[in-house]
Design a protein around this ligand. Structure first.
Ligand code: LFR
Length: 471
């Protein structure tokens, strides 16, 4: 048996999850879970990095105590955020959280004017939080940082550096920046110049998988630190259970809903640009044309104002059951509306959007939940339709993983709107992809393909068929 640890940080919680690999089966064990939250100080948003690092160490210590043979660990996080460092790795600027709207004026200029050339260089769509815009804001607000910053690591790279002392960024996380060249595996000189980011600061991207070194924290030295795909979505897509001969659209649905497919080539057409496709990379540098859609964040942020957030599985079940009985709303939410991105109050933002479109505002909790879930489902199905049109190929199935895969109403409505089978897997995709990379790097698993096929054999998927169509 080989035991490895995934340090899986999400925007609302972090986990240290162990993977025990034995005879082609992976068993997961969560040894530590902790809350994460954006910290707002004086109107700006930050991550509490010291607290997160402390929790990571606590999790690793618990893991090692229980499994003295723990072989390795790897870190994955959300995309785009960075640590600005001096040559020794000392932080020279606080770490902003991606929802901070400090990038607003730069974002507007990107969408209104510069996107065609930026998309042609990088293949990445415009999100207000792209690293490109964050660094543009930082370096224009503080030009003196040009003298001080010597290295830039994305957050998974920064945590791995704290653990191992080795600085590295993998291709998956670097690709979320909108600063990497779509036709290569390095940063784009044009994009760096365009956004005013000095060349040579971002630590160059590399294929994931390298052993960075032993852990350098006291008591943990036996554990190796491995450069996994740093981007959680990259991990999730690398872990999708695969079935030979099926063309799948993958959806990793959590805070965000990321809908995309694996490909050797990016989608760079005008249409791809217009609908906001991002050609992010997997850890091995292959592409993942993706639509970045609002996910369960929409529900999580609304629940406090419509009766509270369920705290047990039974309460969640009740919430979903009552939404199932609620009628389908006449008007669904436009989930691409930026006003839903980070509003002061989500319920009010939803009501406002509906009022502006002369639509009815829901009158009770179940009607809100139905509206939100059905709008997310329609958005997910829309991504499938657009990808089919753009590639000229149809998808056989939608494979769903992540928190949203447990929500049967979301899965069923996605199948209804998309008109194809949705197979949901109760799979902690982000952690599993992280663990998979470690197992491949350690030589415990021969290849990614074998890993994914083993998952497919091991995991029972639940199928949802479009209503009115026989399986
Ligand atoms: C999901 C995710 C998405 C990215 C968003 C912001 O956790 O990584 O892929 O678009 O966070 O970084």
């Amino acid at each position: 048996m080989t035991t490895t640890a995934a340090i899986d940080l999400g925007a609302t919680s972090g986990r240290v999850i162990l993977g025990h690999w034995d005879q082609n089966r992976l068993e997961l064990e969560e040894v530590h879970r902790f809350p994460n939250q954006i910290q707002t100080l004086g109107g700006y948003d930050y991550w509490n990095i010291p607290a997160l690092y402390g929790e990571i160490l606590t999790g690793l210590r618990k893991a090692l105590e229980k499994y003295p043979d723990l072989a390795s660990c790897g870190v994955n996080t959300w995309g785009v955020d960075t640590a600005l460092l001096d040559r020794q790795g000392r932080l020279v600027f606080p770490i902003h959280a991606y929802r901070d709207n400090r990038t607003e004026p730069f974002y507007r200029q990107l969408v209104e004017k510069d996107l065609p050339e930026v998309f042609a260089w990088t293949g990445i769509g415009p999100q207000p939080f792209n690293t490109s815009l964050q660094l543009q804001e930082t370096f224009s607000a503080y030009p003196a940082l040009r003298e001080v910053v010597k290295k830039i690591l994305f957050l998974p790279g920064y945590f791995s550096f704290l653990l191992s002392g080795e600085m590295a960024n993998d291709l998956s996380i670097a690709s979320t920046s909108q600063l990497m060249a779509v036709d290569g595996t390095d940063y784009s000189t044009e994009a760096l110049a365009h956004f005013g980011v000095p060349a040579g600061l971002l630590v160059e991207p590399e294929v994931s998988g390298r052993v960075l070194g032993p852990l350098r924290e006291p008591g943990l030295e036996k554990v190796k630190v491995i450069l996994t795909p740093g981007h959680d979505t990259g991990c999730a897509f690398s872990s999708m259970p695969s079935q030979a001969g099926k063309k799948d659209l993958y959806i990793s649905c959590g805070t965000w809903s990321l809908a995309g497919f694996l490909s050797d080539r990016p989608l760079l057409s005008d249409q791809a640009r217009e609908i906001g496709v991002s050609n992010e990379r997997n850890g091995d540098g292959t592409f993942r044309p993706t639509c970045i859609l609002l996910g369960l964040w929409l529900l999580e942020q609304t629940l406090p104002d419509i009766g509270g957030v369920p705290s047990t599985a039974a309460e969640w079940e009740e919430l979903v059951s009552e939404a199932e009985t609620s009628p389908s709303p006449e008007t669904l939410l436009d989930i691409t509306d930026n006003h839903l991105f980070n509003p002061a109050n989500m319920k009010e933002a939803i009501d406002e959007q509906l009022r502006q479109r002369n639509a009815q505002v829901p009158h009770d909790r179940k009607a809100y939940v139905r509206l939100i879930i059905e709008s997310l489902a329609q958005g997910q199905a829309g991504a499938l339709e657009k990808f089919s049109t753009m590639t000229g190929e149809s998808f056989d199935r939608v494979v769903m993983v992540g928190g949203g895969s447990k929500n049967r109403l979301l899965c069923q409505l996605t199948a209804d709107y998309a008109g194809v089978e949705v197979v949901s897997y109760e799979l902690e995709g982000t952690a599993v992809g992280n663990l998979g990379q470690q197992l491949v790097s350690l030589g415990a698993v021969e290849s990614w393909e074998i890993f994914r096929q083993s998952l497919n054999a091991q995991l029972p998927g639940v199928s949802y068929w479009p209503a009115r169509q026989a399986p």
